[in-house]
Design a protein around this ligand. Structure first.
Ligand code: PMP
Length: 352
């Protein structure tokens, strides 16, 4: 090793899902929304003037922040926008998880949490999900440096009821509790209604899934004014211009179309419920999912084998070669036509 390398901050990075270059594939591997963003987004994009890109964007992203605040019925000072919820979560780890005590998160969860913890040198302890892949709330009642979990959890899709989420928050008044609600719009009740009661609660949501805008990179946190203030201090110590002008404009446009949002979410939920029936009939088992994916295991065929056969056939799903979940596939809910092609392939393959 060269001398200079000893001082390099070395990390094992998060591995995002594949974005294949192949044509005509069915892409069910990164929980993207199969429907395009609202026509209001298309229209706003058409009306954008490239000349305005000469200027720096508004560092506070005021237009978008106010639209998010109005959407959720909170004060704009309770909103922190970012470049996807990944950016918001990374800032929150940096701002709030600054204790010698370990932060707590589930053993099976979003695989970015341990990466940020390692990057920022935050100690952490994983709390095992039970056999049904549920979070055991009592595991989070011990002394700790902070708590984070997704609800619904990923990659399992399992939803925790609001009263249980509140129990965890109530037992953790001395630390910040982050509820990562990337998938909440597909059937859960948001903990955002608790932010006025618990000053230490941060709820994080995204435009990547239910708003069909993963490519635009917009996420945000909702919390008490104090919490958001601390987050802004960290953000302005890192990069003032996180939100680009296009994201601010198009994100705001997306929020002006509730009808489209509700219709596409309802379609995905309907397709998800049908997917559960089809998968069960094909011999798959899975915990009940409230997200835009199903995390399924087949009674007879190994997940890795199925993953490779599907990939060969141009159907991409996600496989995690990790303890406890290495016999599961995470299948994103696509359009009805895409799911039908998946079922047709599986029916044929499983006959062998
Ligand atoms: N949280 C969870 C649980 C996720 O699955 C994802 C998607 N990878 C994210 C956060 C980040 O999504 P984004 O940065 O696109 O908002």
């Amino acid at each position: 090793m060269q001398g200079w390398e000893k001082n390099v901050r070395r990390v094992i990075p998060y591995v995002p899902g594949e974005q294949p270059k192949r044509e005509n594939i069915i892409k069910l591997n990164t929980n993207e929304n199969p429907y395009p963003p609202s026509p209001k987004v298309t229209e706003a994009l058409r009306q954008m003037d490239a000349g305005t890109l000469r200027k720096y964007p508004d560092p506070s992203a005021q237009e978008l922040t106010e639209a998010i605040a109005a959407q959720h019925g909170v004060d704009p000072e309770q909103v922190f926008p970012g470049v996807g919820s990944d950016d918001v979560l990374a800032m929150a780890f940096l701002a709030f998880f600054n204790s010698e005590k370990p932060i707590l998160f589930p053993d099976i969860t979003y695989s970015f949490y341990d990466v940020w913890a390692d990057l920022f040198q935050i100690p952490y302890e994983r709390q095992p999900l039970n056999e049904a892949f549920e979070i055991v709330k009592e595991d989070y009642y011990k002394d700790n440096g902070g708590v984070i979990f997704p609800n619904p959890n990923a990659p399992t899709g399992v939803l925790m009821g609001l009263s249980q989420v509140e129990d965890i928050i109530r037992h953790n008044g001395d630390v910040v509790v982050i509820v990562d609600e990337a998938y909440i719009d597909f059937g859960g009740i948001s903990a955002k209604c608790l932010i006025d009661r618990y000053e230490n609660l941060l709820v994080v949501q995204t435009f990547s899934k239910s708003r069909s805008m993963a490519g635009m990179r917009i996420g945000y946190a909702l919390g008490s004014k104090k919490l958001i203030h601390y987050l802004n201090d960290v953000k302005y110590s890192f990069n003032s211009y996180t939100m680009n002008a296009t994201a601010i404009r198009l994100g705001t446009a997306a929020l002006s179309d509730d009808a489209y949002f509700e219709e596409t979410c309802a379609r995905i939920i309907a397709t998800r419920e049908r997917t559960k029936q089809e998968l069960a009939a094909l011999g798959f088992t899975f915990a009940d999912s409230f997200a835009n994916f199903v995390f399924a295991s087949h009674e007879r065929v190994l997940a890795k084998e199925l993953f490779e056969a599907l990939r060969e056939a141009g159907i991409y799903v996600r496989y995690f070669n990790k303890p406890r979940i290495d016999n599961y596939l995470r299948i994103t809910i696509g359009t009805d036509e895409e799911m039908d092609r998946l079922f047709t392939f599986l029916r044929e393959y499983l006959k062998k």
